[in-house]
Design a protein around this ligand. Sequence first.
Ligand code: CTP
Ligand code: MG
Length: 175
Amino acid sequence: MLPAYIPNSMAAVFGGGRPIDGGRTLKDGRRILGDGKTYRGLFAGIACGVLLGLLQMTLLIPLSELLRISLPSFSDNGSSTLVILLSLASGSLFGDMFKSFFKRRLGMKRGASLPLVDQLDFVVGAWVFTYLAIPGWFTTYFTWNIMITVLIITPLLHLTTNIIGYIIGVKKEPW
Ligand code: CTP
Ligand code: MG
């Protein structure tokens, strides 16, 4: 899940500049996505997710030996590894963007809190993208037990990192 987790935090660190919706509003008079979804955040986030995944791959063998456990590989094939990493990282930020679209339709301002949805949008986005891109890999590694575990620990992890982000000043709200 790391290549799906890190894009969110890195979008908050590197984001800013031109919003993806170009400042446009829909007929309801509200922004399509809002100023919290920027190109810089999107691309920097995806790049960081893919780079982290590649770093995990280089650490796979040394870490497996050190910890004496067998760690799963994204793939032993370079091009499917890239497909998996790109789907995890971009799915995560597209899930987040999809959520912002609905928040705006509900009349919620940028940064307004939508509990659980804010904490799980990127997980669902990453899973949907990865399932569509490479279903066989997804169903092999994301078993029900793993998915339930991820759904339980992610909101806790997300809240912790967001509080850190708020304290160091890269996030406007602690959620
Ligand atoms: N961010 C970005 N581009 C993205 C996603 C996030 O620039 N595609 C940056 C923005 O600076 C944003 C911050 O990361 O404010 C935190 O992201 P998030 O909590 O998802 O955005 P919010 O500002 O809370 O906006 P929303 O209400 O739409 O979720
Ligand atoms: Mg938010």
